[in-house]
Every structure is written in structure tokens, then in C-alpha cells.
Ligand binder design. Sequence first.
Ligand code: HEM
Length: 223
Amino acid sequence: MVRFIAKTTVGQKFWMSITGLFLIIFLAVHLTANLMIVFDDTGRLYNEVVHFMGTNLFIRIMEPILALGFLIHIILATILTLRNQGMRPEKYHVHKLGHTSAWASRNMFILGLTILAFLTLHIINFWVKLKFGGTGTVTIDGVEMENGYKMVSALFSMPIYSIIYIIAILGLGYHISHGFWSAFQTIGWSDDKWRKILTGCAYCYAIIIAVGFSIIPIYFLVK
Ligand code: HEM
């Protein structure tokens, strides 16, 4: 199996698709948890969600698996892109796609690098602060917990961060608009009927992710 992944393009594409779909599922969970921030402006609901995410055993186990998923996805994307450079002319299935998707298809690696840069900033902004202190604490129903609401609202009260986040999130939406159906195509759903259905699903999902995550910085910008 290891040799299959390491040596063959098909194996590498397969695992890039599987890890991509895993990351897509993570985004749905992450978005749902973070949208709680706009439903209660006292911050209580969001702080409880952040506390739950930080203490729940299943989430704790999933965290290193998620990091591994990102790592494999990035390494395989780099290997495949370097190998394809010069080998694959633009003809490759792009002619079947609309303009937007064709653009996303050609620029998946660049979009991926942009997301990686954003992710690095994002982890420093939030994850590091939550894990190593620096957010301040709040007590809810006798339980002392990190003040995640204060941390997020403080960051997005600086318009430059809100704008960086919105741009990166739009890039993420583009990345997903191609990656979603492309992953299914790689693992076998490649006939014309499925392509139409999956392309539609990919656009819907990309819009939900882009609009959903953007709502959070926009909410603090206009608040
Ligand atoms: C504007 C919307 C967002 C907010 C408010 C937000 C908030 C947070 C917070 C508070 C954490 C640390 C919480 C914890 O460790 O449980 C976190 C971690 C993380 N975020 Fe976000 N996030 C946003 C958008 C995104 C986007 C668009 C991505 C995807 C590229 C992303 C990927 C991650 C990852 C990979 C982690 C670390 C994994 C984890 O600990 O759960 N986030 N985010």
C-alpha cells in the first residue's frame, strides 16, 4: 500500500482526493461551530462551543489526524504539481468545464498555497493562543474557560484581518469548487451524469463555505 501511494500517480491522486474530502468534512463542522458566534452577542454560546471543542475526547483524537490529513494533502499536491509541470498541457479535461471552474482547475496549486499561508496565520491567531493562553478566561456556570469570543472579536475588530480572512475564504471557495467534484471523479464517479450532479454540488458547497465563513469577519466589521 505504501509503495502504491509513493510510487504511482494514481495512488497519489487517490489519497489526495480522500484527504481533500476529509478536509471538506472538517470545514462543515468547523463552520457550524464558528457560526455560533453570530447567534449570541454575549459570547456565552461561542465560548461554550470552543470549550467543548477543546475538551471533548473525540475532537482531541481527531486533531492530530486532521493535521496529518492536511500534511498528506499538501505533500501529494506538491509532488503531483511538480511532476505534471511541463508534462500536462492545459487540454486536460478543462474544455468540459465552465470558465470559473477551468480557472480554479488550472490554479489549484496556487490557491492551495494561498490557503496554506492563510492557515499558518490562522493557527497563530487562534489555535496557538487558545492552547498556550493569551485569550483571557471567563467563568460560565462555575466552569472557567478560555474567552474564545473575546479573542475572535478582538482580531476582527481590526479591518485588515477581516479583509485578509475574507480574501482567503473566497480563495478557499474557489479551491473547493474544483476540488470537490474532482475528488469524486478521481475515486470513480466520472461519467457525464455524475459529473453534472457533482459539479452542481461542488458549487453549492463552495458557496456555503465561502459565504458562511465570510459572515463572521463581516459581522464584526459592521458591528
Ligand atoms: C472566519 C472564520 C473562522 C473562525 C472564526 C475560526 C476560528 C477558529 C478557532 C477559534 C480555532 C481554534 C479552536 C480549536 O482549536 O478548537 C480554529 C482552528 C482551526 N481552524 Fe479556523 N476559523 C475560521 C475559518 C477557518 C477556515 C476558513 C479554515 C480552513 C482553511 C480553518 C481551519 C482551521 C484549522 C485547520 C484549525 C486547527 C484545527 C483545530 O484545532 O480545530 N478555519 N479556527
